[in-house]
Design a protein around this ligand. Structure first.
Ligand code: IMP
Length: 427
């Protein structure tokens, strides 16, 4: 019953696609459990590069069944265009399963996301503008539209009416926008029903049966621990639970079934959107990390904010997720620095603090306390085992492992599928 959770240990964009893809060949099911097309995975297979937003990266591994769980929010137009884009490149997507309980990102959710951000002005979250927050808000407010609603026109119409009732008041009276017509939304949504029908399934039953049959199931989180609505840097977070518990609720699998929780950890730190980021760099080092690491959002095309590795965050990720392993990515990006600073603690109002402060005010005031580790100049992209790494790179990895509280079981040394050092097998 190997059930693995793979999630971002920082603010997302840690290179999860590469990790999922590495396991892809031996995994029977890859499940997304939260988020939507705000995510962005780049997966490199041979000389082909794929940018996935909503689909689980297992879609690229023949033999693997990709699943969109009940905790995901689905924009049907994005999903269908992602599927047809893959089909045009010869990828078979027929195995995809979508939970009938997943919520739909409607056109009005996208509108509300954009106008709310505009209205917030300098207090904006810097969302991806994909309608994620408003769709989860509708879910919690019990006015959401689910995938299964596409197959009952009368119910769908009633639900869209209920959802638009308040929103149209808000759009017209507060935001000075035009009202959205119920019929237009219903017609658009019904247009997706037939195309999605072959994929809709009782994914909870499928996954639990698969686990009973000892199949390997991989739960793939979008975003990252510090963007979690409960455990992240609220309010500068996404509206779902990327942390490990989210895999259980977002896929309908009990916590006793989870055998391993792997945190993807970049060898430095990046963040997109607004919010505190203690190790952020505003100098040429930050610029170099961005350039060498190709730190530009797959989904939004925005430049990512870049900074040094933060061990306080990594320790926090170990704790809130119960991590059993780390997959350290992009170690190669750090090649060429004489010394590499690593944040080991924070200084907050004159005090040294070893753990992430629960108070957001304190976190905003946190200044990094750095330890300097010696760098390396050798090209590490061809390293196949830990001992192939230069001594200083080995020491950097070991230091991170010690500070972060879980073993580093794999290391990414380049973007390609085979540019990974496996230390302990995940299966
Ligand atoms: P939303 O998820 O579009 O509501 O955006 C909320 C916050 O999460 C913003 O700061 C986004 O930049 C950030 N965010 C959402 N998805 C990702 C992701 O996949 N990687 C990194 N940041 C993300």
């Amino acid at each position: 019953m190997p059930a693995l959770v793979l999630l971002g240990a920082q603010w997302g964009d840690e290179g999860k696609g590469k990790a999922t893809d590495l396991l892809g060949g031996s995994v029977d099911y890859v499940v997304r459990y939260q988020g939507g097309n705000n995510a962005g995975h780049t997966v490199v297979v041979g000389d082909q590069k794929y940018a996935l937003h909503l689909l689980p990266s297992g879609i690229l591994s023949p033999g693997c069944t990709p699943v969109i769980g009940n905790g995901v929010v689905v924009d049907p137009s994005v999903l269908l265009s992602e599927l047809s884009g893959l089909n045009e490149r010869g990828v078979d997507t027929s195995k995809l399963l979508i939970s009938g309980n997943a919520h739909i990102i409607t056109p009005y959710n996208v509108t509300v996301d954009k106008v709310t951000e505009r209205f917030l002005g300098k207090r904006k979250i810097g969302t991806t503008g994909r309608g994620i927050g408003p769709t989860y808000a509708d879910k919690i407010n019990r006015v959401g539209i689910r995938v299964q609603d596409l197959y009952d026109e009368s119910i769908l119409t009633q639900k869209v009416e209920a959802a638009l009732d308040v929103k149209n008041q808000m759009l017209t009276k507060l935001y000075n926008r035009r009202a959205i017509a119920v019929e237009q939304v219903v017609e658009e949504l019904l247009g997706y029903a037939e195309k999605l029908a072959p994929y809709v399934a009782d994914t909870v039953l499928v996954l639990n049966e698969a686990l009973e049959q000892d199949k390997v199931v991989l739960f793939e989180g979008g975003q990252g621990t510090l963007l979690d609505i409960d455990h992240g840097t609220y309010p500068f977070v996404t509206s779902s639970n990327p942390t490990a518990g989210g895999a259980c609720t977002g896929a309908g699998v009990g916590p006793t079934k989870i055998s391993r929780v792997i945190g993807i950890l970049k060898a430095y730190t990046t963040r997109v959107g607004a919010g505190p980021f203690p190790t952020e760099l505003f100098d040429e080092d930050g610029e170099a990390l961005r350039r060498i690491g190709g730190e530009r959002g797959v989904t939004t095309g925005r430049d990512r904010r870049c900074g040094w590795f933060d061990a306080v965050i990594a320790r926090y990720a170990t704790r809130v997720n119960g991590l059993t392993d780390f997959f350290l990515t992009k170690l190669d990006v750090l090649t060429g620095w004489e010394q590499i600073p690593v944040c080991v603690a924070y200084e907050i109002d004159g005090r040294r603090v070893e753990e992430l402060p629960y108070s957001q005010t304190d976190f905003h005031h946190a200044k990094p306390v750095y330890e300097m580790l010696p760098g390396w100049n050798e090209d590490i992209s061809k390293a196949k085992s830990f001992s192939d790494l230069p001594k200083n790179a080995q020491a950097y990895v070991k230091a991170l492992e010690e500070m972060s509280g879980a073993p580093i079981s794999a290391i990414g040394v380049g973007p390609g599928r085979d540019e990974t050092i496996e230390i302990n097998s995940f299966l």
